[in-house]
Design a protein around this ligand. Sequence first.
Ligand code: SF4
Ligand code: SF4
Length: 377
Amino acid sequence: MSAYVKRLADYDIERLTEAVDAMFTASAFYGRIKPHMTVILKPNLVMRSAPEEAIITHPNVTAAVAICLLRQGADVLVAESGGGPYNTSIMKGTFRACSYTEAAEKYGFSLYTACKSTAVQLPEGKRCNTLTVTEPFVQPRETLVIDIAKLKTHGMMGYSGAVKNLFGVVPGLLKPELHSRYPEKEPFAEMLVDLCEYVHPDFSIIDAIDAMEGDGPTGGQKRFVGALVGSESPYEADMVGAKLIDMKPEEILVLKNAQERGLCAGKLSEIEVLGDDFENIVVHDFKRARSSSIDFTTRVPKFMQPLAKRILTPYPKINTAQCVGCGKCAESCPQHTITVREHKAHIEYSKCIHCFCCHEMCPKHVINIKRFSLFDL
Ligand code: SF4
Ligand code: SF4
């Protein structure tokens, strides 16, 4: 397999279109497109957010992919489900707030707002054999799928790129249900790889022009990286994406799991990386999510581990003074351990599984990730 990296200084639509065209040409992807074939694009629209906040896949990246496909005679449909409830009026609002409606009208692609979903079997799943996915991603399908992720840190998984982006094919509030089924990181990562194998994207692109560092995927800071990554393998796109922010594949549980299953190269040096010299783009001081720092609890004697875990595991903390009581955190909590009383949210910590969905979905970014100060690096 190979990957492709293109340096880009901004979201200029013409330069983006040239970059995507070069990726598709280099990988012979155009050869798979037949006139009027539908190609589904799956961006990351985790919440309603303006493109410049670096939370979502920038609409110009998705539009550039659409332009290349439309020129080949394909029909292009953008489909996504964010973190809250999933219905037509909510998705129309999300597409509008993320500037996707404007881009769709301008460049001539469609947005999926029917919001239907189906329970499916994953016969090859190692951890997960059944789940529900939104209609455009149900297998078998005659369409192609292009995964268009945003490069971000992630509270629970450490890193969010091409593989993690596919969690968005699970409709809205069924996502917390999967967090409840797989509350620990390793099984959750294994389920994400099962899901990735089911969706089987035909091409994966990572928007790493403006990435998000710190407490991503929604509460971190925008950080310029200046690259667009593409690959026919979502895992290998992520291996390159991780390298751009100086993370090792072994730090990223979905990549570790995919490598153990033999789904991708074991080392970055085994991948042919075309395009620009990406070694010069690497951001060495990219800030990790605080929750994904080293797990010190495994370094104490076994009998002390439950106590150590309680003290050292990062936890969500609501800045009550700034909470507006909207209830989005409670809605996304798989453990139903958040209540809103007198317009303020409160967490009952005894049932918390540290998934940080609340942190991710708070539109005011007032849920912080806290850990014992000595480890708050
Ligand atoms: S999502 Fe944020 S602002 Fe809304 S209730 Fe929860 S903590 Fe408060
Ligand atoms: S309180 Fe937050 S971190 Fe804890 S289980 Fe609920 S959503 Fe997850």
